[in-house]
Design a binder for this molecule. Structure first.
Ligand SMILES: [Cu+2]
Length: 116
């Protein structure tokens, strides 16, 4: 029991350490929807390719993200999101073609979203 509490507190601390400020969500007209899962230690995007200049809404499967994984970033596009149940999507517009690297707040977990 004590162990569970300690683990719980540590998980909260890790999230707190990861989560700095959140980017405000931009709501465009219609955004392409990309589902984001967390599988085998990676952020997985479906579909994995989006178009530059078109708004993209990332919809996270919140229940799959624990601890630090919940602090999601795409630094190249200034995307920061703390994934929570009931608040699990963020919209942004990729500015240029090329692979975008997603990472958790501590640079432990990664994923790639392709922009064409
Ligand atoms: Cu991390």
């Amino acid at each position: 029991m004590k162990y569970a509490i300690i683990v719980g507190i540590m998980a909260l601390l890790v999230v707190a350490a990861c989560s700095t400020t959140e980017t405000s969500t931009t709501t465009g007209a219609t955004a392409n929807v990309v589902k984001v899962n967390f599988q085998n230690g990676e952020y997985v995007f479906t579909p994995s390719t989006v178009k530059a200049g078109e708004p993209v809404t990332l919809q996270f499967q919140a229940e799959e993200f624990r601890g630090c994984e919940r602090s999601f970033n795409i630094h190249a596009e200034g995307v920061k999101k703390v994934i929570q149940a009931g608040d699990s999507q963020v919209t942004f517009t990729p500015t240029k073609p090329g692979p975008l690297t997603a990472s958790c707040g501590m640079n432990m977990y990664f994923g790639t979203l392709n922009v064409e």
